[in-house]
Ligand binder design. Structure first.
Ligand SMILES: Cc1cc2nc3c(=O)[nH]c(=O)nc-3n(C[C@H](O)[C@H](O)[C@H](O)COP(=O)(O)OP(=O)(O)OC[C@H]3O[C@@H](n4cnc5c(N)ncnc54)[C@H](O)[C@@H]3O)c2cc1C
Length: 454
């Protein structure tokens, strides 16, 4: 008898936690586990702004998928570009651009989310995102290169434009990004005697009336005060009307000359979800509390790409797209697959939100763990302690702790690596959003070419 085939799509918080639990709890002859992922690591996204600001090296938050011999899952290096639920086949584009059909008995959809964009002229061509390791590393080099170019320029207008930076999105990702990068430029400018520090301007804008509303009014105001003290100009109720390569127009009419627009205004589910042709809630796959797809046998979805009912909140609430939920849903899906294999009942997912921690760089932070409002050093301890504990491996923990210590003792460093210079590097280039097939193309691929396998 052939073993059931479990295919997990995506090696993020949700996918990796699911795979590790399957490896631990299933005997090797009970099922074959396969993971599809374009990268050989699990990315600890909440620390991405600290990679962008150079406090952490990229490797320290990229946890290898192959650290242990016990990891017996077969890994396909590539991205899923479509799923045919009826035929139970996932279509994959490998990293060498080969298209393969991967049949499964159980599929776990955990491809996460992509940056949410709007129909704003010039946005996808001119904005950077903050969602991948490559983007964070690129932004760091880009910001330092703006200082280098401003320093060398003899043109006062160009100089001023290169020293203005715009971040859109007042959620935790955008706020942390603006705060960490401002700290970097503030420290770096001391090494550029030809640059007037007053010319460096960071703008953080959001269409919402409050920064990080999840934190509550008091902490939101506290974060805003910290940013104002650092000279970051926060504009609420404002968005972008137009984005060009050398200037950005705000909806309140201001035109800001800049070469740096960082867009972090929310996320939407991976485009893979649309290839299923199944019901969605605000783009996320509509699943049950057990994280199964109604009416489909053997389909599970979780993390940012799924609308998992939030039973702790009640009513029609769905879990917010956070790592906190994704990393807990992973093991629960694994348990539910095992329960299915062993003919036992499935369990619903339930988790009460633990709160939020926001690291604004240095000793600045705000946090609301378990409803307790913190700011300053206690908040920073909570923020870094939480992230440190949540890192998957001891190697990652040591790397991150060492980087933090080094940064606290030796300060920031301003090396521009230049590895990615001259590469197209805007939003549309990093997130491969045009790689996906339509449901019809998926069907044609599955029916037309037979069962090609790796
Ligand atoms: C800057 C930033 C800061 C954040 N801070 C926090 C925080 O402080 N606290 C918190 O709880 N959450 C935070 N989040 C949100 C959190 O990171 C996400 O909610 C979480 O990563 C979702 O987990 P996931 O497994 O669903 O997706 P991800 O972790 O994004 O993983 C998805 C994986 O799937 C892969 N993938 C994508 N498409 C495909 C495909 N087609 N085929 C195969 N693989 C694919 C991706 O490469 C990735 O490895 C932050 C996010 C960002 C961007």
């Amino acid at each position: 008898m052939t073993r059931p085939r479990i295919l997990v799509v995506g090696a993020g918080f949700a996918g990796v936690e699911c795979v590790r639990r399957l490896e631990r709890k299933l005997a090797p002859d009970e099922a074959d586990v396969t993971l599809v992922t374009p990268f050989a690591y699990q990315l600890y996204l909440p620390l991405l702004p600290q990679v962008a600001s150079g406090v952490l090296t990229p490797q320290s938050i990229a946890v290898s998928l192959r650290r242990s011999k016990r990891y017996r899952t077969r890994i396909i290096p590539g991205g899923a570009i479509g799923v045919d639920l009826k035929a139970k086949v996932c279509v994959i584009r490998t990293i060498t651009d080969q298209i393969v059909n991967e049949p499964y008995d159980y599929i776990v959809l955990a491809p996460g989310s992509i940056t949410r964009t709007f129909d704003i002229p010039g946005l996808t061509d001119n904005a950077f995102g903050m969602k991948t390791l490559a983007e964070a590393a690129y932004i760091r080099d880009h910001v330092i290169s703006q200082l280098d170019l401003a320093d060398a320029s003899q043109d006062p207008a160009e100089r001023a434009a290169r020293l203005q930076f715009v971040v859109v999105g007042g959620g935790y990702a955008g706020t942390e990004t603006a705060a960490c990068l401002q700290k970097l430029t503030h420290a770096a400018v001391k090494r550029y005697p030809r640059i007037d520090p007053a010319l460096i301007k960071w703008h953080l804008i959001d269409i919402a009336p409050k920064l990080m509303p999840e934190l509550g009014d008091k902490l939101g105001r506290s974060a805003q005060k910290i940013l104002a003290r650092r000279g970051i100009d926060v504009s609420l109720g404002v968005s972008i009307e137009k984005a060009g390569p050398e200037e950005v127009t705000f909806t309140d009419g201001r035109v800001v000359p800049t070469r740096t627009l960082i867009w972090t205004a929310g996320v939407v589910a991976s485009p893979l979800i649309a290839t299923l042709g199944a019901e969605t809630i605000r783009g996320r796959l509509a699943v049950t509390a057990e994280m199964t797809l109604p009416g489909q046998d053997g389909v599970f979805a979780l993390g940012d790409s799924a609308a998992v009912p939030d039973l702790a909140q009640g009513d029609d609430a769905i879990c917010p797209p956070t790592a906190q939920h994704a990393m807990r849903q992973g093991p629960q899906v694994a348990d539910n697959i095992i329960a299915t294999l062993r003919g036992r009942p499935l369990q619903p997912y339930r988790h009460k939100d633990l709160g939020l921690v926001v690291d604004l760089g240095g000793t600045d932070a705000v946090a609301k763990p378990l409803g307790i409002e913190l700011h300053g050093l206690p908040a920073q301890f909570a923020a870094r302690g939480y992230h440190w504990a949540a890192l998957r491996t001891n190697v990652a923990k040591v790397r991150v702790a060492t980087n933090w210590t080094l940064n606290a003792i030796a300060g920031d460093d301003f090396v521009r690596t230049g590895f990615q210079a001259r590469r197209p590097a805007k939003l549309k280039d990093f997130e491969y959003t045009d790689a996906y097939l339509s449901p019809e193309q998926v069907r044609a691929q599955v029916e037309g070419t037979g069962r090609e396998q790796l």
